[in-house]
Every structure is written in C-alpha cells, then in structure tokens.
Ligand binder design. Structure first.
Ligand code: MRU
Length: 359
C-alpha cells in the first residue's frame, strides 16, 4: 500500500542485504520512520515494545530474527537460544510461534553452513505468503461485505489495527475495505480508537493515506452506533483463533461482538491460517498478555509544537490493570474469513478448510 504515494511493505530486507528494515510504529501516526534491526535481540525488543505489532507482522519479524541469529551462530544451540528469546516476547499472537516453528523445521535438517541462507529465504517466503493470504482474505470477504450493505455505501466498524501495518501488506480485516475502495465501491469505516495503545490511530492513518473515508470514534461509541443501525458489518482481525473457533483479539473486541449480536449485525473475523491454533481448543486456555499498567495511566501523543509527549491521566500511584486481549466466543462470530475461504467459527468449519492441520 501507499504512504505519501509510495508503495511500502512493513518489513523487508535492509538495503545492506542482511539487516531487517521495519517501520517504527511507536512513532506513527505522527512520524513515518523506518528503522534497521541488526540482531535477534533487536528484533525481540522491537516485537516486545511494539515497534512492530499485529499478529502476522510479529510472525514475519520473528522469522527474520531467526535469520539474523543463524547468520551470527547457526549451531543448534544458537538457534535454540534465538527461538526462546523471540518466543517469550509476546504470548498471545500465535503467528509468532507458527513462524518460529516453520523456520526451525526448515533449518534443523541442514548443515550449519547452509542455515543462514535458508533462513533468509524462508523469512522472505513467509512475507510473500502473508501478502498473498491477505489479498485472498480480501477477495473472500468482499461478497460478505457487499451482502451486508444496507444503503448506498457500506458502513464498516473495526477495532484495533488489522490493516497493512499489522501484516506485511494489505491487512486482514482491512483487505476487503481496500479492495472495495480500489474498485470504486463506496465504503466508510468507523475506527475505534482502541485504548490503551490506540491502534485505531494507526488504522485511521493508513486509511487516510489511501483516501478511504473513515471516522475515528471512542471505543465506547461503537455500541451506540450498532444499536442505531449505523453499522452494516463489523470486521476485525485475530491474534489467535482456536480449533473450536474462539477468537482472541485486541481487548474490547468481545464487547463489540456482544453489541453486534444484540443488534443483529454480522461480526466477521479475518483469520489467516497462520493465526489459527489447532493445538488449543478453547479461548479460555490461551495466555492473555498483560502489559504495563503505565499504558493505561499514561497517554502518548504529539504536543502543539510537534514534540512527542507522554502525559499522565491519573495521579502517580493509581492502580491500573492492562490485559491486552480478550476472547470472543465462537458463538458470537458470524463467519471466519481465511485465505482458503469462508467458514463457520467452529471445529467443523475450520476442519473443512484445513483438514491437514486439524488432523
Ligand atoms: O497488540 P497488537 O497491536 O499487536 O494487537 C493487534 C491486534 O489485536 C490485531 O487485531 C491482530 O493482531 C490482527 S492483525 C491482522
């Protein structure tokens, strides 16, 4: 997708041919800055501190982290250390483990001298596959969105950022929105701000760069809009969808699923295969990341003079709790949209699309 009219991927090989080039998303939407990551430790920090974020992008970054590690120390012990360092960065998005397992499985049978080249090739393939998967999700979701439309233009509600910034390109939940826009089909997106990290600001920014009509709302406004019939369809991404179809996604997703259910509005989840975890049955069994209370007690933004600033919302010492994800039970999900097609959020639905993995 375009930033200032120039096509960008969120992650790529640096022009030096071996380091990794990512966008520092902490600085968005105020500054668009690409940074160079040159070691597995730097990649781990970038994932943990959310320079890169969004389940598919976390997976892609981890794959490149393994490549950087293999370049420095391709021994079994070196790879095991890198795997552990990367895996512990964030616990909920399963794309992290999925990508690490894929790279490790590719490298383990190879002699150490061949591992770095194979890891770079595999990381690049994960990135290309992610782009193709997101594009396919867009194509599969488009007819569902069209069917939900009740007026001249489709009115979408989304939570968090499941756009191109959360993936390598295109996004998952926003892929069909970009396709509609590209094809001249009128669409408007209600963008929830997504406290406490405000990923809605990223969504609003990337939609704006593409000229897609949108409106930023406080998270608490979503229920009212659904109740008033001002939303045709809700579409979100997922950090992990379980074998039974429960959806782990950014904190606040569950409340919107409840409100959509009450209002009779379809609630769609864009779920690439890399976000589906067939090893866990129910959402309650997935670890939910707990982040620093400071993300709740403080807010970061840009001062009038352009400086980045963090301000306190409450007196120092105010107790705060910050779970980063919640569980939307499968029963509240109208459909899952994957790169292989659309299915019910159920064991049977997922098994029909991914028989080799469900087995
Ligand atoms: O904490 P984040 O910003 O990494 O969380 C991101 C989300 O919850 C997204 O909705 C999810 O990763 C799907 S992205 C295609």
């Amino acid at each position: 997708v375009l930033v200032g009219g120039v096509p960008h991927r969120t992650i790529k090989l640096h022009e030096d041919g071996w380091a990794v080039d990512v966008i520092d998303q902490r600085q968005l939407p105020h500054a668009f800055v690409r940074v160079r990551l040159a070691s597995v430790e730097e990649v781990a920090r970038a994932i943990r501190d959310m320079w890169v974020r969004g389940a598919p992008l976390i997976g892609a970054a981890a794959a490149y982290g393994m490549a950087l590690a293999a370049r420095r120390d391709p021994s079994d012990e070196g790879l095991a250390r890198a795997y552990a360092t990367l895996l512990e960065t964030r616990p909920t998005a399963v794309n992290l483990r999925w990508a690490l397992d894929a790279v490790r499985a590719r490298l383990t049978p190879l002699p150490p001298a061949q591992r770095a080249a194979a890891a770079y090739a595999h990381a690049a393939a994960i990135c290309d596959d992610d782009v193709a998967a997101c594009r396919a999700i867009g194509e599969h979701a488009l007819p569902l969105l069209e069917r939900a439309r009740r007026g001249e233009r489709l009115r979408v509600l989304t939570h968090c950022n499941a756009g191109w910034l959360a993936t390598v390109d295109w996004g998952t939940a926003l892929a069909p929105v970009y396709l509609m826009h590209e094809r001249g089909l009128p669409v408007h997106v209600w963008v929830e701000e997504t406290r406490p990290r405000n990923q809605g600001a990223l969504t609003a920014w990337e939609l704006g760069e593409h000229g897609v009509p949108h409106t930023l709302i406080a998270d608490n406004a979503g229920g009212l809009l659904l109740q008033r019939g001002e939303v045709d369809v809700v579409i979100v991404g997922t950090d992990r969808t379980t074998a039974a179809g429960d959806v782990l996604n950014k904190i606040g997703t569950y409340l919107k699923a409840l409100a959509a259910h009450a209002a009779g509005v379809p609630f769609l989840v864009a779920a690439p295969g890399s976000s589906i975890d067939f090893t866990v049955e129910h959402g309650a069994d997935v670890p939910i990341e707990e982040r620093s209370p400071r993300e709740v007690t403080h807010v970061a933004g840009r001062a009038a003079d352009g400086r980045a600033e963090t301000v306190a919302l409450v007196p120092e010492g105010t107790p705060a709790y910050n779970p980063a994800f919640d569980v939307t039970p499968a029963a509240l999900v109208t459909a899952l949209v994957t790169e292989r097609g659309v299915c019910a959020a159920s064991r049977e639905g997922l098994r029909a699309l991914y028989p080799e993995r469900a087995a």
